[in-house]
Design a binder for this molecule. Structure first.
Ligand code: IDP
Ligand code: MG
Length: 160
């Protein structure tokens, strides 16, 4: 046997062991209009940094109705879509990209359940969210969506 068959074993020796394969190390977040209006930007950023996330990109901005609808297009068939679009365009937000090993999952743990009534003690939503809709922060739900959402707000020159 020759050719590729012979090379295969050699190539495999350069591949990282499967048990060292790590989930993505970046996620995307927004501090939502209710938390910005309540002057909780500083408190929430402190929790994010204290939990070991590094801020890779950040901006203070405001979504139009149209952009809020585009960002949450995945929810357009849900009964709360109109309410969500109105709320997310109702005032300024802080958008940021965060870095940590296994970032998506770790950040979802830090923010807590969508409904603050169900969120664990000490989570951002437990501390600062008002309701299932006005729930203080966004956190990506997968590595793929984290990349899509980060690209929605930031160019490659705005990430460090
Ligand atoms: P998540 O933000 O925890 O991932 P999703 O189910 O993806 O939750 O919903 C996106 C956002 O839509 C929520 O963060 C919240 O702001 C809003 N939302 C979700 N469920 C409801 C609802 O039942 N009523 C009003 N707004 C909702
Ligand atoms: Mg979600």
């Amino acid at each position: 046997m020759g050719g590729i068959g012979q090379l295969k074993g050699k190539i495999d020796t350069f591949a990282p062991p499967k048990n060292r394969k790590m989930k993505g190390n970046r996620t995307f977040t927004m501090i939502k209009p209710d938390a910005v209006a309540d002057n909780n930007i500083g408190n929430i950023l402190a929790m994010i940094n204290n939990a070991g996330f590094r801020i890779v990109a950040m901006k203070y901005t405001r979504l139009s109705q149209d952009l809020a609808g585009k960002f949450y297009a995945v929810h357009k068939e849900r009964p709360f879509f109109g309410e969500l679009r109105d709320y997310m365009s109702s005032g300024p937000i802080v958008a940021a990209v965060l870095e940590k090993d296994n970032a998506v999952e770790e950040f979802r743990t830090l923010i807590g359940a969508t409904n603050p009534a169900d969120a664990a003690e000490g989570t951002i939503r437990k501390l600062y969210a008002k309701s299932i809709g006005e729930n203080a922060v966004h956190g990506s739900d997968s590595d793929e969506n984290a990349a899509i959402e980060a690209n929605f707000f930031f160019s490659e020159f705005e990430r460090f």
